[in-house]
Design a protein around this ligand. Structure first.
Ligand code: 1GP
Length: 231
């Protein structure tokens, strides 16, 4: 099974931030929850050291572990996949292709392309750290997002289109309408999923849901979100 096929099977993913503390007990419950993969990433404070540390702790478990690369300096070997965000609605070309070009200039042919998965991101929560860091134009309507999705899939051939509402519950009608536009790309949704009901609603609109903050706020309820994949 190729890389794209593996990722296509995932419907639920937990996202862990190397810059936030998580106890061994919590990590065990997260990794044994039945989620399909762990995504490691964050918008600020991600370093090589805290990423190595978190990876080594997740590696006690057998589920796939992905690094979502936000900083070239914090790329740690040993993950199963490397997701590379291209923030399509950023006003800063560095966030779309610039940093990527510089990373390829640095690492060139040493990059393990078979493990690298580009993601077309659209960031929609204006109050999120990720919107600030990427200087995203969050004032988009559903048609704008649909057009970005189509662009991501057709012009850029990106295997993942990620609607990012980090920290808030997003417009699921917009997500649903966007999914209708996509034929090949996998639609990831993240933002504000905090319990089983919110997970079910989001999974009804998207292909794959990402649960982040809730793990640090109410772990029991966050773990319940995995059950959305069972129906
Ligand atoms: C963040 O999309 C993820 O990158 C998940 O969002 O933290 O709001 O769950 P939350």
């Amino acid at each position: 099974m190729g890389m794209a096929d593996v990722v296509r099977e995932w419907r639920h993913v937990f996202k862990l931030d190397p810059d936030r503390d998580i106890t061994d007990e919590a990590l065990e419950r997260i990794c044994m929850s039945g989620t399909h993969a762990i995504l490691v990433g964050g918008s600020s404070g991600v370093t090589f050291e805290n990423t190595v540390e978190l990876l080594s702790r997740i590696r006690r478990y057998t589920l796939p572990c992905v690094l979502e690369v936000s900083d070239q300096e914090a790329v740690v070997p040993g993950f199963d996949f490397y997701f590379i965000p291209m923030v399509l609605n950023s006003r800063d070309p560095n966030m779309i292709v610039g940093r990527h070009q510089q990373a390829i200039r640095t690492y060139g042919t040493r990059l393990p392309w078979e493990w690298i998965v580009p993601e077309g991101y659209v960031v929609l929560n204006p109050d999120s750290t990720v919107a600030a860091v990427t200087n995203a134009n969050t004032g988009l309507d559903a048609q704008d997002v649909q057009a970005y999705a189509k662009l991501a899939e057709t012009l850029l051939h990106l295997p993942i289109f990620y609607i990012e509402y980090s920290g808030m519950q997003g417009d699921l009608e917009l997500v649903r309408a966007t999914k209708r536009e996509l034929e090949n790309a996998r639609l990831f949704y993240g933002g504000g999923i905090h319990d089983l009901a919110s997970a079910q609603e989001a999974l009804d609109a998207a292909d794959t849901i990402v649960v982040g903050n809730a793990l640090y706020e109410n772990l029991d309820a966050a773990l319940e979100t995995v059950r959305a994949t069972e129906v």
